[in-house]
Design a protein around this ligand. Sequence first.
Ligand SMILES: O=C(COP(=O)(O)O)N(O)CCCCO
Ligand code: NA
Ligand SMILES: [Zn+2]
Length: 313
Amino acid sequence: PYVNTKEILERANKEFYAVPALNINNLEFLQAIIDAGVEEHSPVIIETSEGAIKYAGNGDIKLGAKLFVSMVESYARNVDIPVSLHVDHGKNFKIIMAAIQAGYSSVMIDASEFPFEKNVAETKKIVEIAHSLGVSVEAELGRLVGIEDNVAVESHEAALVDPDEAKLFAEETGVDFLAPAIGTSHGAFKFKGEARLDFARLKKVKDLTGLPLVLHGASSVPEDIKKLAETYGADFKGAKGVPGEILAESVKFGINKVNTDTDLRMAFIASLREFLSKNPGEFDPRKYFKTPKELVKNVIRERLRLLGCSNKA
Ligand SMILES: O=C(COP(=O)(O)O)N(O)CCCCO
Ligand code: NA
Ligand SMILES: [Zn+2]
């Protein structure tokens, strides 16, 4: 069934596991996610960035939002796992409103680049509107910067979430789930040295807010996927993600939603490169997208098991 993200995350929060939030821009990744969830009997959270909404709507954001809602809702109705649809990194009021009106389960208002007071004000505004329409809300505190191992540069410390601010933020905004910056960053090049997240800080945010917490920049960049892509011509030198055991650790300290985009992209392109080089005569997209979809599905299945949400449907 098509459900509200809050329903998925409140159970995860209570039962100490996490659910991946998986980004899509097209039909193939959605199919891979649904199949992974069904095969693992697991809830799944589908998320679209503002760019994905523009992409699907060919520039028309209302059309893009409606298209994603109808695709996700239709697939969700067809399977017996909980599925929700979320706006990732919402910054543009028009896009957030289009998504709410189209029927998204939840939205992120990302005002983390602004000073605390403005982040509170922006988030509060969206929470009031979204809650009046039964939509749940995510916000972010701190900024996504990789913590260089052992180089506790002043600026990096300043970018990480302040747990006392998080408590105040939760009380003042009524936000449903919160993304505390604890040392991750988006994309495939997250760390120069050792991957390190500030778990002490994370635990304080959990203890002070009690909210379901979100880890952004959580892709792992699995070594086998990186190698497969490079074998067939990709240049992913220096790519490094959050190791699986660190993701599992973050769940112990209170993470319940794990945003994952890069790993799906890397799996798809690695498999597509391999397929195209081995099948030079193929030109049916349903054929050349088939094994990439399979690999994305299997990467997701593994992540569902790692995060403890398999068999939680
Ligand atoms: O936090 C994340 C996931 O980041 P990543 O998958 O790059 O680790 N997202 O919000 C997904 C969209 C931005 C990154 O591509
Ligand atoms: Na998000
Ligand atoms: Zn993010």
